[in-house]
Write a protein that binds this ligand. Structure first.
Ligand code: GLN
Length: 276
């Protein structure tokens, strides 16, 4: 292969329909240089192994694979997490859930010196790790049904030096009579026929879709919650932008109080939570 310049690679990426920033991030990794260096040296040439690697990466991106899977990492709430196709890519809207949990732990739950926190459907461990990182006194459990996801989560915890008790199980099934002060979850909530899924085809289906108009997982979590929450504990749930009313009804039906919904940074009603 001839030695293409950075400018030529970026022009090729554009022709493939790859976003310029994504192409620069893939180039920066292949060349092991900062993105700022690329900007000042667009006439520099790649060597053959670099060109082979960046072409393969650009092809994956052009086929719709998330950048996070190609780079193998994604930043979430200030932590750099390793990710692969066994876990949902952590999304910025989920930071709303983390911020809410943190506000409770330093507010209404501050009376509990070492709060017991549970992340149901932890995936990469993103929410559990972000909460533990911000509040080291918290005792955090992360549950996921997928052993492959738990391998990713466990690796992240080890690398970041954060002690989380990860367990395999379906929602509450393996938690026995344990009770928590704060339970958070970003469960699958997309309806299986939703056309939006076409753009998410590289991510694990099990982390995305739920039956019953996308509400089955949310319903399972809410219905098991009263048996696993201390009195005065909080349950915070991420959901689809059109599901706040249904999640609110579920919580009210189970006797929760202080039910409220928060919007994400895009202004969508994204998280609903309540107090037992
Ligand atoms: N928020 C994600 C999306 O719509 C879905 C995540 C989920 O189902 N929990 O892309």
């Amino acid at each position: 292969m001839s030695a293409p310049t950075i400018a030529a690679v970026l022009a090729g990426a554009k022709a493939m329909g790859v976003d310029r920033l994504d192409a620069q991030l893939l180039l920066a990794r292949a060349l092991a240089c900062p993105r700022s260096w690329l900007l000042a040296h667009d006439d520099a040439s790649l060597d053959a192994p670099q060109a082979v690697r960046v072409n393969a990466d650009l092809l994956r991106r052009a086929r719709g694979e998330p950048l996070a899977y190609i780079l193998g990492e994604k930043e979430f709430h200030g932590l750099m997490l390793h990710v692969n196709a066994n876990v949902l890519v952590p999304r910025p809207e989920t930071e709303t859930l983390v911020d809410w949990g943190l506000a409770l732990m330093t507010g209404a739950l501050a009376r509990v010196p070492r709060p017991r926190v549970l992340d149901l459907g932890t995936g990469s461990g993103a929410i559990a790790l972000a909460l533990k990182h911000a509040l080291s006194a918290a005792r955090v459990v992360g549950v996921d049904v997928s052993p492959d996801a738990l391998a990713v989560a466990g690796g992240n915890a080890l690398r970041l030096g954060l002690a989380i008790d990860f367990r395999q199980g379906n929602w509450w099934d393996e938690l026995g009579g344990q009770r928590f002060d704060l339970v958070v979850s970003n469960p699958p909530y997309i309806e299986p026929g939703d056309p939006h899924l076409l753009a998410l085809g590289h991510e694990p289906r099990i982390a995305l879709t739920a039956d019953g108009n996308g509400l089955a997982a949310l319903a399972a979590i809410v219905s098991g919650a009263p048996d696993h929450l201390e009195s005065g504990a909080w349950l915070l749930l991420e959901h689809g932008r059109d599901q706040a009313a249904q999640v609110t009804s579920m919580l009210v039906e189970r006797g929760f109080s202080d039910v409220r919904t928060l919007r994400d940074m895009a202004g969508q009603p994204r998280c609903t939570g309540a107090c037992r």
